[in-house]
Design a protein around this ligand. Structure first.
Ligand SMILES: Nc1ncnc2c1ncn2[C@@H]1O[C@H](COP(=O)(O)OP(=O)(O)OP(=O)(O)O)[C@@H](O)[C@H]1O
Length: 242
């Protein structure tokens, strides 16, 4: 894997004539986990799509890129919708990237990743035969299969039960160590466990939240994690009053 780069995005985006964000200035640290929080509709998924080159309908004015590296071929995106192919098995979905690129599929590695996400026994099942959380784990496995320096995760653990969520957070943290990860989440506890950099996005600006200083993934009961989680929740509630 090439060395993971810092990312930058500054400018404004709109859908046709409807503004999504303007005057945004976002910097994502190299080789670290950056967690992006903010109320619904503020433009978080749009930012990930812009970095992934999948925002054809977005009118973006500004600058975005990776320091010293082209974004082309450097990015793996796990979208909010799991985007699994319904006619393929879990294993075939995990191997989809290789298949689309015309590469030789590494079935043993894919089976290993499926085992790590706890789905060995579901490798031959189609998405319709899986629960929402299991589908999300297949999508995570597919993202982990792509050996990219930049990994964009859009609410990857949202459909998981609490125990599986903690396990998948730990696994992603281990397997994506050293990559530049931009994680969109609505969960302050998740950001406090995983983030080296935490950014709260509002319609007007971005605000950096001081993350706990210990190594990630952090224990959910760590007092610094609980403090950071509380600070974020207070800011998010202040941002979106009833
Ligand atoms: N294809 C589209 N066409 C028109 N408007 C869109 C389209 N996709 C998103 N939008 C609008 O752009 C804005 C930002 O959407 P985006 O999905 O980036 O927000 P978000 O912060 O990720 O929201 P959430 O937390 O609910 O996922 C929203 O107002 C949304 O309605």
């Amino acid at each position: 894997m090439s060395e993971a780069p810092a990312l930058y995005l500054s400018g404004s985006a709109s859908f046709e004539d409807t503004p999504v964000f303007s005057g945004l200035d976002l910097k994502v640290a190299a080789g670290r986990w950056t967690c992006l929080l903010g109320s619904s509709g503020v433009g978080k998924s749009t930012i990930l799509k812009l970095f992934a080159g999948l925002a054809d309908q977005v009118d973006f004015k500004g600058q975005l890129g990776a320091e010293g590296m082209s974004l082309d071929g450097s990015v793996a995106l796990m979208a909010q919708d799991d985007l699994l192919m319904p006619w393929l098995t879990a294993l075939e979905n995990v191997l989809l990237g290789a298949r689309l690129r015309g590469d030789k599929p590494d079935t043993m590695r894919a089976l290993g990743v499926l085992e790590r996400v706890g789905l060995s026994e579901k490798a031959g099942q189609k998405p319709a035969e899986l629960s929402g959380g299991q589908r999300q784990r297949v999508a995570l496995a597919r993202t982990l299969m792509e050996d990219r320096p930049i990994v964009l995760l859009d609410e990857p653990f949202s459909a998981l039960d609490a125990k599986t969520r903690a396990q998948m957070q730990d696994l992603a943290c281990e397997l994506l160590a050293g990559r530049t990860v931009l994680l969109v989440t609505h969960d302050p506890a998740e950001a406090a466990r995983l983030g080296h950099q935490i950014i709260l996005m509002t319609e007007e600006s971005t605000q950096a939240i001081t993350p706990p200083q210990s190594d990630a993934p952090r224990a959910a009961t760590d007092p610094d994690v609980l403090r950071a989680q509380g600070d974020m929740l207070a800011l998010l509630c202040a941002e979106t009053p009833d």
